[in-house]
Design a protein around this ligand. Structure first.
Ligand SMILES: Cc1cc2nc3c(=O)[nH]c(=O)nc-3n(C[C@H](O)[C@H](O)[C@H](O)COP(=O)(O)OP(=O)(O)OC[C@H]3O[C@@H](n4cnc5c(N)ncnc54)[C@H](O)[C@@H]3O)c2cc1C
Length: 235
């Protein structure tokens, strides 16, 4: 899809988990994007402007433009979070190829923390379009309270019969019965009976994407079976 630059307005901010919020903007009719794509956002800051890249956490099936981010206390995030509803911003997009491919019938998403944004966009899209694809999500977070979109991910299962979700928690409560620690070879081969038979989508901070690519390499997954999206800017 051809990229364009346009102005839009903040309509809402939605807290997800501690330190993570979704920012919602009016959607322009002319602006089209594919689930999983990203854009460049320029926001006002005093007399000047600040620019960063974000992924649409909304799906093209939804009537607004969302992105979701971790509030780090940086200059940009402070300016973002103090924008009143109605503030005009500039978006340029869409960009990126972390998108659905024709013919890929078994999709495995591997991500951690804020890396869920393009995955939420794609899963929402698949749910809204009634997909019967076989889809697996392996999602790493610190603990039960730190999982953005946790409830929604559960509701997707009723709309997507082929979806299975595995949460791996680094520091869970004693009641947690699921996988613990970081996602590794064992997490992948336990969640997916036949790891070689899937197309892998890995998104998140560069260090996480590099680590997961290493896990997939060791499992013998070819580079052609991997679609990687690094959120450059996070360490
Ligand atoms: C294609 C693409 C898509 C992206 N999509 C998303 C997205 O959907 N959501 C998203 O949140 N980001 C996304 N990013 C990253 C985003 O553009 C920013 O780089 C990122 O959010 C960090 O910005 P910042 O202002 O918080 O940190 P910066 O001020 O740029 O700081 C740089 C580094 O310091 C760390 N840091 C800063 N302050 C703190 C703090 N108080 N505590 C701990 N660490 C700190 C940051 O994590 C980062 O590693 C994407 C980037 C790319 C290239």
């Amino acid at each position: 899809m051809k990229s364009m630059t346009f102005s839009t307005r903040l309509v809402d901010r939605i807290p997800r988990v501690e330190g993570v919020k979704t920012y919602r903007f009016e959607r322009l009719k002319q602006y089209t994007y594919e689930a999983g794509q990203w854009f460049i956002l320029t926001i006002p800051d005093g007399e000047g402007y600040l620019t960063k890249h974000f992924t649409h956490s909304s799906s093209p099936t939804e009537g607004y433009l969302d992105f979701t981010t971790r509030l780090t206390g940086s200059l940009y995030k402070t300016a973002l979070d103090s924008m009143p509803v109605g503030t005009e911003v500039e978006m340029e997009g869409p960009f990126g190829s972390f998108t659905l491919r024709e013919g890929g019938q078994r999709l495995a998403f591997i991500t951690g923390g804020i890396g869920i944004t393009p995955v939420r966009s794609i899963l929402r899209y698949l749910a809204d379009t009634g997909s019967d694809m076989e889809v697996a999500l392996l999602y790493g977070n610190q603990n039960e309270d730190a999982i953005p979109f946790r409830l929604e991910l559960e509701t997707f299962s009723s709309q997507l019969p082929g979806l299975r979700v595995t949460h791996a928690l680094a520091d869970p409560s004693p009641d947690w019965g699921g996988p613990t620690g970081y996602i590794g070879q064992e997490t992948v081969s336990t969640a997916l009976d036949d790891p070689a038979g899937w197309t892998y989508y890995v998104s998140g901070p560069p260090s996480m994407v590099a680590a997961m690519k290493g896990v997939l390499d060791k499992l013998g997954i070819t580079r052609r079976q991997m679609i990687l999206e690094s959120f450059d800017g996070y360490e």
